[in-house]
Design a protein around this ligand. Structure first.
Ligand code: WT7
Length: 667
């Protein structure tokens, strides 16, 4: 069968893949009847349901007596009078159990070398580092920026913050000095934990130097210390009186290897994680300790059906929410052995993921559609990196996250990685939801490629119109969650008004969570399919980018840019691609050569302002942007141009129709 007809058959078939006996047997939620029973328990008495799970899954230093407090909706509180510590729930809890000497982390470095650490050893390392943070004067409630590579030390930094009750804010190592500065200021952070360099794809990339640049941009007086993990032997510049190496920081606390975990209230902010919204300014999504941790643990059990001998591998970076919930917290809270990978999927070759699955006998593999699609391309053009070259028989469950997985990629994943034996859990969630909210369960849910299927028990997901009215199956609308759930976003740091406005629109009554995605439920099964963001947020390789953020970055290049508009367009590998329309101060470039040079300059600029992930793939130059009579940029028209579609919109109001032709060419 040719590729084209193959794809077509997948698109129209709507095939259903029920869990086989192997997946269903012994599963924590085995069969749809078990799923339905949990949903019924949650619906009948939500408080009793969540209270039971919170007691069973977490250790509390002070038991809670209240479950959900809705008195200040939408600022919901969960388990509000209870106290616990997140790090104790990930580490101390396992001491004296069979997990104590189990491997917690198998770390594979960029160069392929492997380090393992047991739960007992990890507890000691986290405690030592927590003591070092205290010796720096860092206290409960302080905010600490973590700007670290994917390493055991990255997880230790996060866990150590949690242990002393400091609120961490991890910034992805691909973000720029400017992005770092903005986050330091907004969070009012007192310290930065970083590394001298990070190793990716055989290259040494600076981290510490970017921290210095960010702080030097000003407004970061709150930062009292910078702690530097020396990942490589290369030199880095030290700021006296402010910087310490990890070793020096540990020596300052005399390497004390016990640190009593600080009990915090369940609503205490465990972390702030910045993510893009529909304005230029990233939002500091604030999560609470109790509800978040409950969800991290629970979804390890529910969605991944975690068993004691599993080897779990989530490929996400700790700089994203997936790396928080399914690297730094969930696997540890659940006592799993997990793989952490420092490098990139294509180095030294595009078979690296498959090779690592074989080498570490990974049984649960969780990655993003964009990675799958790029590895399909690689495997199709080079036999040597095709997954068939490796023994993938250890795999039991596959997962997908970050964007809709197209049925073609789903089928390839199913056949070539899962060998038609592994359920694929297509997990829909967001930074704001803390963990999975709509996802198949591997031992229960019949799978339909491209659908995230059904909500987890207790998640009141629905599809509604602008007024909040329910829509029937088959009708596309807005995805909402009608009842609060434990791991939901608590507020936007420093901006409670924006929290209310973004997620709890008045037109819907002010208490229903608006996800920001469009979705539709299938007529037959009521399965959810996510159709994409309904706001000005793009999803590029599973990473969220605000169009306004990129526009602000472009117009900040004041010597060149007069005006800019950014839209997304579909892309085979990255899902969506950034497409920028730019009006230059000096007028349109007159040659291809000049256009290319200017495009390169603008890309480098955006990389510096935000980070390389935000670089526009296409840049189009016009002497103006298409606008309506009232001066509004015609974004729908721009989206058509970006896609290369025929223009069907009414363009009669355009002041200068010639610009349509000018914008026709992308650089
Ligand atoms: C947005 C959230 C969830 C952690 C990683 C991204 C999209 C995420 C899926 C999925 C369809 C998905 C949505 C969502 N998304 N997972 N399985 N199917 N779309 O977290 O950066 O907060 O982005 O990613 O558009 O709103 P995030």
């Amino acid at each position: 069968m040719s590729q084209a007809s193959n794809i077509e058959s997948v698109l129209v078939e709507n095939r259903v893949f029920p869990p086989d006996a192997r997946a269903q047997q012994g599963a924590r939620i085995s069969g749809m009847a078990a799923y339905d029973a949990l949903c019924a328990e949650a619906a009948k008495d939500p408080d009793a349901f969540w209270a039971r799970l919170a007691r069973e899954n977490l250790s509390w230093t002070r038991p809670f007596t209240r479950t959900l407090d809705e008195s200040n909706a939408p600022f919901y509180q969960w388990f509000g009078d209870g106290e616990l510590n997140a790090s104790a729930n990930c580490l101390d809890k396992h001491m004296g159990t069979p997990v104590e000497h189990k491997t917690a982390i198998v770390f594979e470095a960029d160069d392929g070398s492997v380090t393992t650490i047991s739960y007992r050893e990890l507890l000691t390392r986290v405690s030592q580092f927590a003591n070092a943070l205290k010796a720096e004067g860092i206290q409960k409630g302080d905010r600490v920026i973590v700007y670290m590579p994917m390493t055991i030390e990255g997880v230790i930094a996060m866990q150590a913050c949690a242990r002393i009750g400091a609120t961490h804010s991890v910034v992805f190592g691909g973000f720029s000095a400017k992005a770092l500065q903005e986050r330091i200021i907004d969070a009012g952070a007192v310290a930065v934990i970083t590394a001298n360099y990070q190793l990716r794809g055989g290259k040494e990339l600076p981290l510490k130097a970017i921290v210095d640049d960010g702080i030097a941009m000003g407004g970061c007086e709150s930062i009292k210390s910078v702690l530097v993990y020396e990942r490589t032997l290369s030199d880095w510049k030290r700021v006296e009186g402010r910087d310490k190496t990890f070793t020096e920081a540990l020596n300052a606390s005399e390497g004390q290897d016990e640190c009593v975990p600080e009990p915090v209230g369940a609503e205490h902010p465990l972390f702030i994680l910045y993510t893009s919204g529909s304005t230029g300014k990233p939002k500091g999504v604030q999560h609470a300790t109790g509800g978040y941790l409950l969800w991290a643990k629970l979804t390890m059990d529910w969605t991944f059906d975690l068993r004691p001998d599993d080897v779990f591998w989530c490929t996400a970076d700790i700089g994203w929410i997936t790396g928080h919930t399914y690297v730094a917290y969930g696997p540890l809270a659940a006592g799993a052995t997990q793989v952490i990978f420092e490098g990139i999927p294509t180095f030294p070759h595009a078979g690296r993921f498959w090779q690592m699955i074989e080498k570490h006998k990974v049984s649960i593999f969780y990655t993003a559609p964009t990675a799958i699609r790029s590895l399909i391309k690689a495997a199709e053009s080079d036999e040597k990196v095709h997954p068939k070259n490796w023994d993938l028989s250890s795999l039991r469950i596959l997962g997908s996250v970050g964007e809709p997985i197209n049925p073609e990629a789903w089928m390839w994943y199913h056949r070539n990685i899962g060998h038609e034996k592994c359920p694929i859990v297509d997990t829909f969630w967001q930074t704001e939801t803390g963990g999975h909210v709509i996802t198949p369960l591997p031992g229960a849910t019949p799978l339909v490629p491209g659908s995230c299927t059904l909500p987890l028990p207790g998640i009141a997901a629905a599809i509604v119109d602008e007024t909040g009215k329910d829509l029937p199956n088959g009708a596309g609308g807005m995805l909402v969650i009608k009842r609060p759930w434990p791991s939901m976003i608590r507020t936007i740091w420093n901006d409670p008004e924006r929290f209310k406005k973004s997620y709890f629109p008045e037109e819907m009554g002010g208490t229903i969570y608006l996800a920001g995605d469009g979705a539709v439920r299938s007529e037959d099964r009521g399965y959810f399919r996510i159709t994409g963001r309904i706001d000005d947020v793009l999803n590029v390789s599973g990473h969220r980018l605000g169009t306004m953020e990129i526009e602000s970055a472009l117009v900040a290049k004041t010597d060149l840019v007069a005006e800019a508009a950014v839209v997304g367009r579909p892309d085979d590998v990255t899902g969506e691609a950034v497409c920028a329309f730019v009006v230059l101060k000096r007028g349109r470039p007159t040659s291809d050569e000049e256009s290319m040079k200017l495009a390169a300059e603008l890309r480098a600029w955006v990389a510096k302002e935000i980070g390389p992930i935000a670089k526009p793939k296409d840049i189009r130059f016009g002497e103006n942007l298409p606008k309506t009579r009232s001066g509004k940029i015609m974004r729908r028209l721009l989206r058509s141009i970006a896609k290369g579609e025929a223009i069907t919109q009414d363009t009669s109001t355009l002041e200068n129709p010639a610009i349509l032709e000018q914008l026709g060419k992308a650089y």
